[in-house]
Design a protein around this ligand. Structure first.
Ligand code: EPU
Length: 335
């Protein structure tokens, strides 16, 4: 365990917000985390890849950075393999590594910022695939008493950008390892998401490999989403709202071109499209802005403070509410 005093977190969150931690603690194993919570209780903040959060203030207290590495095969047969990843493994590097081994399952989730340990928390998803589709289980430490837990897929209560870790276990569990099931052959290729299908068609590919799907996803994401290494951001800042059938019908009459998708519990709308309709795409005030190619993504052009980004988010939410009577919800965690 390494302890740093009064440390800037600017390089540890993809928004690049410069707030400080009174103490920054790097944990390299589940045992270290267990010992820490037994002696100190819950840290003020647990940090994974820092890709789904907005820091609006300094953190008074300990920030625990989960820096556990490792990739190990824990089960294998002719068709599939279960691999256990340390929570601190970078997600996209893991995706690329699985593709180099010829494994399938997470190619549609290429280039999502963040680490393996936080992937189950919000059930990361893109282009028709969610983490839950490949999740086997995850291990971790309960902050209450430092005991170890192991949660399987059935108990993780996955939903759209949701899981047990955002509900019953919020603030109570620190994930240390995640096991995923990947295919060695007969890959489940998913190209149903419109943009993937049309890209493949353009390239003349009819039977894509997982690696080719990944290449297409990377190209699509790079064309519309900003690279956090160049412009600070946290991916989609808001969740796509799910509204009732009646509300969706009423809006479709007013806006015949509005994208909508069937969802459990109603109809899912595209928050990016709605924010775009309200004229916010490309908006900038000082260093806080709305990305020019995807209105769902808020950006930090350099020196924006977390509360400036948050004020912009509130202005967008108010405007959307006034025009569409829809209450948007942030997808990122506000600290
Ligand atoms: N759209 C606009 N203007 C915009 C943005 C989007 O008109 O500024 C329209 C698009 O043309 C499309 C629809 O809205 O018809 C949906 O857009 P897109 O396909 O880009 O997906 P999204 O709903 O905006 C979601 C995820 C993304 C994920 C993509 C692809 C959420 C909150 N976001 O975005 O996830 O990459 O689908 O699967 O569910 C993330 O979570 O950080 C993230 C980037």
């Amino acid at each position: 365990m390494i302890v740093q005093i009064n440390q800037s977190l600017a390089k540890l969150n993809t928004f690049g917000i410069d707030q400080k931690a009174s103490r920054l603690i790097w944990a390299h194993s589940a045992d270290e985390i267990s010992n820490y919570v037994k002696h100190h209780g819950a840290p003020a903040l647990v940090l994974g890849g820092g890709s789904n959060m907005l820091l609006t203030k300094d953190v008074e207290g300990d920030v625990l950075k989960v820096d556990i590495h490792g990739r190990r095969v824990v089960f294998e047969d002719d068709d599939k393999v279960h691999i256990r990843f340390g929570a601190g493994e970078n997600w996209h590097e893991v995706v690329q590594w699985t593709l180099m081994q010829g494994l399938g399952g997470i190619e549609n989730l290429s280039l999502i910022p963040g680490n393996c340990g936080t992937a189950p928390v919000q059930n990361i998803g893109a282009y028709g695939v969610e983490l839950k589709d490949v999740f086997v289980n995850c291990e971790g430490v309960l902050v209450e008493d430092g005991s170890f837990f192991n949660i399987n897929k059935e108990d993780a209560n996955f939903g759209y950008r949701n899981s047990i870790f955002k509900n019953e276990l919020k603030g109570k569990a620190i994930i240390t390892r995640v096991t995923l099931e990947l295919t060695k052959r007969n890959h489940r290729i998913r190209t149903d998401y419109g943009a993937i299908a049309s890209e493949l068609e353009k390239m003349g590919i009819t039977e894509p490999t997982p690696k080719q799907i990944s290449d297409v996803v990377v190209a699509i994401r790079q064309s519309k989403l900003p690279d956090p290494k160049e412009i600070g951001n946290s991916g989609s800042f808001f969740k796509n709202p799910v509204v009732s059938e009646e509300k969706a019908t009423e809006l479709t009459e007013r806006f015949p071109n509005m994208p909508s998708y069937p969802a459990s519990g109603g109809v899912k709308l595209a928050a990016g499209w709605i924010i775009d309709q309200c004229g916010w795409k490309g908006y900038r005030k000082d260093d806080a802005g709305v990305h020019k190619n995807q209105a769902l993504v808020l950006v930090n052009y350099g020196q924006a403070k977390g509360d400036e980004i948050f004020s912009l988010a509130k202005a967008i939410m108010d405007d959307v509410y006034n025009r569409f009577s829809i209450q948007l919800e942030p997808e990122v965690n506000l600290i």
